[in-house]
Design a protein around this ligand. Structure first.
Ligand SMILES: CC/C=C\C/C=C\C[C@@H](O)/C=C/C=C/C=C\[C@@H](O)CCCC(=O)O
Ligand SMILES: [Zn+2]
Length: 586
């Protein structure tokens, strides 16, 4: 495998021969928990000397037959790699077909039994391909630098609806993505779901018992799309913006699958207070989906830009949000198990992207963009955003591309004020900062400093972001007394909160302070949702809590609920606990 490919987390030869279009034909088999079918690629190559077309596979995906320009060929399988899977090579041709079935270790798919869904009546399938799981769903050149159009025909049970990250063509009963997208953005849901329109171009899907709540929680999707168009100066390029609210085991807050954002039901707080995640996913329609990181080492160009745009459209005061992010980043870089991966452009050679994932690309990435914006002024930065999108739309970018474009089109000699090397390559915290407007943070800082005094009156008047900031300040205190936490709960109703973000911080506060009843509350939380942002830190907190029996309870719960979690989440909790030195045996 060429070294550049190892860094790109692919074993394919995408720089020599690459697919420009994929036509999928799938049968969804809930009984066997398997997708069977074929993919037909239109392939181009860089020319003479290129003899093979090489794709990635993983998770036990089995190719039955391969055809090149209509002729059956024998695919050549590479040596299986524990992270990157098995490369499959065929002679290069303008049309390549693979007939295949997914394997039992398909990390992209979660097959839920009826009892794992909200309605409890039908099974449910959803996929999550970011970062390198598409190869367990499709034999594909699984790297963001390959951008291709696709179409799909899917056979499914009569009771189910299929949703895909593209546009539905009712006349031909198929799906298509007419714009070039990276493989990690291919996604499917096959389930009993219903929809409510929240605007002419936005529709919210969910299981029947959830759909009303989901539609009202995410009713502002259209507003976010319009604000993002205004903030970027670039119209929404994808036609529809729909959302599907998934069952609770969905491992992320949201995933920006094109035309169809996937969201966790942990956003259903009842008051739209967690809908900033929708603003984030909408923002990916410009950054990530339209202009895409060339490889996962440049993930900050997806997430940092998206955080920047999210802050322009979410309605949360920008400096206040940045100040919370700075605190979270400080905590992250102090505790991340592999410090070298806290560089903005991390050395990913041979690394599983799931292991490298953290808030660094989000918060250090947006930190760099806000820093540049602060240097040049908002108006010039806005103009730059528009020209950047125009220059790279439908393409991919590296950090070097970004820097060169910024120097040429925005910074000129002010580029010297930016320590590019530290920003890109130094592990750790933000290398350069500027002063923020702290008027909103003062209130929570003062309230937290006065703990165990409880700011009951102000707390209820605070928007959710301030409430969360207050709890985050309390988490920084050494240890709180049990009685003080009891009084805090009695005044603020923390145990009973319907808000998952508040509940998460409350569980952590109880566990880090060694309060027994935190164990049951946390166990209840980690068995009711599988969002990794919540369950990974809570399993770690349970394992480390100074409470007798907490570790044993955490291990037993994880074992008993293993099937509830998404394959990626199972993998990450297992490695978190092992890395923490906890023997997983009961
Ligand atoms: C520098 C890191 C290198 C590669 C990481 C790329 C992908 C990592 C992979 O683990 C997938 C991540 C998917 C994230 C999807 C949504 C997030 O924005 C959710 C954030 C947490 C949450 O809100 O639940
Ligand atoms: Zn994102």
């Amino acid at each position: 495998m060429a070294s550049s490919r190892r860094e790109a987390a692919t074993q394919s030869n995408y720089e020599e021969a690459w697919a420009t279009h994929a036509a999928l034909e799938w049968t969804i088999d809930f009984e066997k928990q398997q997708i069977r079918g074929r993919v037909r690629y239109v392939v181009e190559s860089s020319g003479v000397g290129v003899s093979e077309f090489v794709v990635d596979t993983n998770g036990g995906l089995r190719i039955h037959r391969a055809l090149v320009n209509g002729r059956v060929v024998s695919p050549k399988l590479g040596v299986p790699h524990p992270i990157f899977g098995t490369a499959v090579a065929v002679p290069v041709g303008s049309e390549v077909v693979f007939e295949y079935e997914t394997g039992t270790a398909c990390a992209a798919a979660q097959w839920l039994e009826p009892e794992q869904t909200a309605d409890g009546k039908f099974p449910y399938l959803f996929t999550q391909c970011q970062a390198i799981h598409c190869r367990s769903l499709i034999p594909i050149q699984d790297v963001p630098g390959v951008k291709l159009t696709w179409e799909a025909r899917v056979e499914k049970p009569a009771w189910a609806t299929v949703l895909m990250s593209g546009l539905e063509e009712k006349e031909t009963d198929s799906w298509r993505q007419p714009r070039r997208v990276s493989p990690y953005l291919i996604a499917i849901v096959c389930a009993r779901v219903e929809a409510r329109d929240v605007s002419p171009r936005c529709r919210v899907w969910a299981e029947p018992s959830v759909v009303e709540r989901a539609a009202s929680e995410f009713a502002d999707a259209e507003t976010y799309v319009e604000r993002a168009e205004e903030a970027t100066g670039v119209a929404y390029q994808w036609d529809r913006y729909d959302l599907v609210c998934l069952p609770p085991s969905f491992p992320y807050g949201g995933m920006e699958n094109v035309n169809l954002t996937f969201v966790t039901p942990t956003l259903l707080a009842g008051d739209k207070s967690l809908a900033n995640v929708v603003a984030h996913e909408v923002a990916h329609s410009w950054f990530g989906n339209l202009v895409t990181n060339a490889t996962w080492a440049h993930f900050w160009l997806n997430e940092g830009w998206t955080r920047w745009l999210e802050r322009q459209i979410s309605g949360v005061p920008v400096d206040f949000d940045i100040s919370r992010s700075r605190a979270a980043l400080t905590e992250c870089v102090e505790h991340f198990p592999r410090p070298e991966l806290t560089a903005l452009v991390p050395p990913l050679r041979g690394v599983d992207p799931d292991d490298a994932f953290s808030i660094v690309p989000y918060e250090k990435g947006s930190g760099l963009l806000h820093y540049i914006e602060h240097l040049v002024g908002k108006d010039r930065f806005r103009e730059f955003v528009r020209s950047y999108l125009g220059r790279f739309e439908d393409g991919v970018v590296t950090s070097e591309d970004f820097k060169n474009f910024a120097v040429e089109n925005l910074l000129g000699s002010s580029s010297e004020d930016i320590d590019w090397d530290a920003w890109f390559h130094a592990p750790g915290n933000l290398p350069q900062t500027y002063a923020l407007d702290t008027s909103l943070t003062v209130a929570v800082d003062e309230a937290a400093a006065a703990f165990p005094w409880v700011p009951a009156c102000s707390y209820f008047s605070w928007p959710t972001a301030l409430k969360l900031a207050y709890l985050e300040r309390l988490l920084l205190l050494e240890k709180c007394e049990k009685d003080d936490l009891q009084a805090l709960d009695a005044a603020l109703g923390l145990t009973a909160t319907p808000n998952a973000e508040i509940r998460f911080r409350w569980c952590r506060l109880l566990l880090s302070s060694g309060v027994d009843r935190g164990v049951d509350l946390a166990l209840d939380f980690v068995t009711s949702n599988g969002r990794m942002k919540f369950v990974r830190p809570l399993y770690k907190a349970l394992a480390a809590a100074p409470i007798p029996g907490a570790l044993a309870a955490a291990k037993k719960t994880f074992k008993d609920h293993y099937a509830f979690y998404h394959p990626i989440c199972r993998k990450m909790i297992t490695s978190d606990l092992l890395r923490g030195g906890y023997n997983l045996a009961l």
